[in-house]
Design a protein around this ligand. Structure first.
Ligand SMILES: [Zn+2]
Length: 183
């Protein structure tokens, strides 16, 4: 199977107009859907270079966690892209929000130092801290859980047994991942 036919399948599947969109715009558009809303504030998409997506992260902890999850993210993101990405690089190097960096550093210190955020001494900070997404691992497992709950009632792909939107089964009789593999 040639790359051309994959392109054609994806163009048909997701609409001709999307094939004409820039891959980076597509990545931006679907990023929150792919990584989950708890992760989005800790990431900034920078560019796509030679099919590699570069993403700035708010802390080293986030870069580490997302790097471990990158094949999962890549698979989900590539569903929407006319030319599949080969890799994603996460780094704190180009993070652009100085006012959040201080906050994040505090969070990652807590994360690595083992101190629970709620046991902070009252003098250390007057800011109210969101506790939900402080810990990258927690944020990710929350996301996986909601995704699984969301997918709970979906029919299963007959090939890989993954929960699959009925539209995909109607079109390909398998999930989109299996469809792409088959062609
Ligand atoms: Zn499948």
């Amino acid at each position: 199977m040639s790359l051309n036919s994959i392109d054609r399948i994806l163009a048909i599947a997701f609409g001709q107009s999307r094939a004409q969109q820039q891959p980076f715009q597509i990545a931006l558009q679907y990023w929150s859907q792919v990584v989950g809303s708890a992760v989005v504030p800790h990431t900034q998409l920078l560019s796509i270079q030679k099919n590699v997506l570069w993403v700035a992260t708010s802390s080293a902890a986030w870069a580490q966690t997302l790097t471990m999850e990158r094949s999962r993210i890549l698979t989900k993101l590539n569903v929407y892209l006319p030319n599949p990405l080969t890799d994603i690089r996460f780094s704190t190097a180009q993070w652009q929000r100085p006012e959040t960096i201080a906050k994040e550093r505090e969070v990652s210190d807590n994360f690595f130092g083992g101190a629970h955020p709620s046991t902070l001494a009252p003098t250390s900070s007057s800011q109210a801290k969101p506790t939900k997404s402080n810990d990258p691992q927690t944020a990710f497992s929350q996301w996986v859980k909601t995704t699984q709950q969301k997918n709970h009632n979906l029919p299963l792909c007959p090939q890989c047994q993954a929960p699959t939107p009925p539209g995909e089964l109607q079109r390909w009789r398998v999930c989109c991942m299996c469809a792409v593999k088959e062609f």
